[in-house]
Design a protein around this ligand. Structure first.
Ligand code: GSH
Length: 284
């Protein structure tokens, strides 16, 4: 469970970069290695189930969307302590210099781990990179065995490059575009349909996308949760439906989906100010 869920907005008093620097200073610098017999190279941030985890929580910069859910699900699944910092993307908080310092693409999610590699803080943006980082850190849901890891990466990248972008556009043209453009609606609704079919076929012979439950499933589940608004009927995809219901029933997933951000339920997507912030973006 997040330590202090709630409505705290992105910190404004101290920038995140200052915060990272402060945390850096507070940590004892790792002792310089003495010249001794050469040791076998070890990954700096070896993933072991028993790796000591800090008691300083991971900071999750979050908004309740399919990309945000990926990370709250993973943190809940791993039992890693975390705090939620809502980033109100309808108000433009994703453009604050503090947030951009850790997430230069002005998109949630992002994390700040006070106890990163070498015991020093690290920030990570892009949900796929965050899932892989947390998987390595916790040694869970991201197998170390190369064949198993390749399978997870395949489905994770498939989500990041395919399902996520296509579903995002389907959502946009079906729900948010003021002008209803039939070509765009059909194009993206059909693509989501095709991609759901790809998952359904895979899940006919595999319990989960990469065999065992993994970060690849966590990346996809939030999009399947929104099937209806993307014009999809889960009854058409029985294996996908079975998979979705299995994952949705997991206690960690239930906890992640239950995180409330009051401000998010009050967002009016018809408000011209909100629309200008979300849909009028160009290079800055
Ligand atoms: N590829 C990014 C996509 C993240 C993304 O699109 N986040 C959306 C919410 S689901 C966002 O922050 N939107 C803010 C905006 O459009 O300005 C990731 O997977 O982390």
């Amino acid at each position: 469970m997040p330590r202090s869920p709630g409505n705290r907005a992105v910190r404004s008093a101290k920038s995140l970069t200052q915060k990272v620097a402060r945390l850096e200073r507070a940590k004892p610098k790792p002792a310089k290695p003495k010249r001794a017999k050469p040791k076998r190279a070890k990954p700096q941030h070896a993933a072991r189930k028993s790796a000591p985890l800090t008691n300083l929580p991971i900071e999750l910069y979050y908004w309740p969307t399919p990309n945000g859910w990926k990370i709250s699900i993973m943190l809940e699944e791993c039992g890693l302590p975390y705090v939620v910092h809502p980033v109100d993307i309808s108000k433009g908080e994703q453009f604050s210099p503090q947030f951009l310092a850790i997430a230069p693409n002005n998109r949630i999610p992002a994390i700040l781990d006070p106890n990163g590699p070498g015991g020093r803080p690290i920030s990570v943006f892009e949900s796929g990179a965050i899932l892989q980082y947390l998987g390595r850190k916790a040694g869970q849901f991201y197998p170390r065995d190369e064949r198993a890891r390749v399978a997870v990466d395949e489905w994770l990248f498939w989500q990041m490059a395919g399902l996520g972008p296509m579903a995002g556009q389907a959502n946009h043209f079906r729900l948010y575009a003021q002008e209803k453009i039939a070509y765009a609606i059909d194009r993206y609704t059909n693509e989501v349909n095709r991609l759901f079919g790809v998952m359904n076929t895979r899940l006919a012979t595999h319990e989960f996308l990469a065999g065992r439950y993994s970060i690849a499933d966590m990346a996809c589940v939030g999009w399947v949760r929104l099937a209806e608004r993307m014009g999809q009927e889960l009854a058409q995809f029985p294996h996908l439906k079975r998979w979705f219901e299995t994952i949705r029933a997991r206690p960690a997933v239930k906890r992640a989906f239950a995180i409330r951000v009051e401000a998010a339920s009050a967002v009016d997507m018809k408000d011209p100010k909100v629309r200008a912030i979300l849909f009028g973006q160009t290079a800055r």
